[in-house]
Design a binder for this molecule. Structure first.
Ligand SMILES: [Zn+2]
Ligand SMILES: [Zn+2]
Length: 247
């Protein structure tokens, strides 16, 4: 399945998804059927196919959702409002787009806060953000796409140190992984690179890192691959379907 996470607040029974992937229907079922929660909103990171096209399931022909809150940055909001078929979701009120801003927090409950932050990425149609999710005890950063860590204005290592969990772009494991493709056109921090970049973090900080958003070419998709074992050996983790993080 394409990477996505959700927060579920067991007190209210409400859930918020991060990204609406092509696997939206299955992921929606996990939230509603397996966890008995009600979808209250969707936070979008950017306008690349794997991250927003799942919104189509909310439309008239499918779920016929009513006013689901979709949190989007200004260009992302405009993209959805101006382009079909997405604009129909807006005009038929299947979704209600709530504008969000860089580093401006959104209160989901008194002690449950979400804050978007800009990251450098191929921004053809929209900005790209990651999210900081802050619960009563723990916090998490979610960055499914970023070009390279050193192109960011912030030091990701500091962010790992100051949060409880870090779900980070692990699209590709190494350079050359995608045959016949110049990988500098689709920059992501290779997992190999990231492990070097995070080499000097303390063990307890390294183990907060979970690589997410793995491309189908990434050998770490296979749990028992050499790549997966190497990630563990170096003190990091790969996110797997159904993992839970407690806040
Ligand atoms: Zn992307
Ligand atoms: Zn992506």
């Amino acid at each position: 399945m394409v990477s996505s996470i959700a927060i579920i607040d067991p007190r209210s029974g409400l859930a918020w998804m991060f990204d609406a992937t092509p696997d939206f229907a299955k992921q929606y079922n996990i939230i509603t059927k397996e966890h008995g929660a009600r979808l209250a909103g969707i936070f979008l990171t950017h306008a690349h196919i794997g991250h927003y096209t799942g919104l189509m399931h909310l439309g008239r022909e499918v779920m016929g959702a009513k006013n689901i809150a979709v949190y989007a940055m200004p260009r992302m909001k405009m993209f959805l409002e101006k382009n079909g078929p997405w604009k129909q979701l807006v005009s038929l009120k299947n979704i209600h787009i709530t504008p969000i801003k860089d580093k401006k927090e959104i209160l989901l409950a008194r002690d449950l806060i979400v804050e978007p932050f800009l990251v450098p990425h191929r921004d053809e149609f929209s900005e790209t953000v990651g999210y900081n999710i802050m619960g009563p005890n723990e916090s998490l950063i979610y960055i499914p796409d970023i070009d390279k860590w050193d192109r960011w204005e912030h030091d990701i290592r500091f962010w790992v140190e100051s949060n409880s969990y870090a779900l980070l772009d692990g699209t590709f494991y190494y350079d050359g992984e995608v045959p016949n493709r110049n990988m500098s056109e689709i920059p992501h921090p290779f997992i190999i690179e990231s492990m070097n970049y995070f080499e000097d973090l303390l063990d307890r900080n390294q183990k907060k890192i979970f690589f997410i958003h793995l491309n189908h070419t990434n050998p770490a998709i296979q749990k028992n691959s050499a790549a997966s074992k190497n990630i563990i050996k170096n003190g990091f983790n790969t996110a797997r379907k159904g993992m839970k993080f407690f806040f």
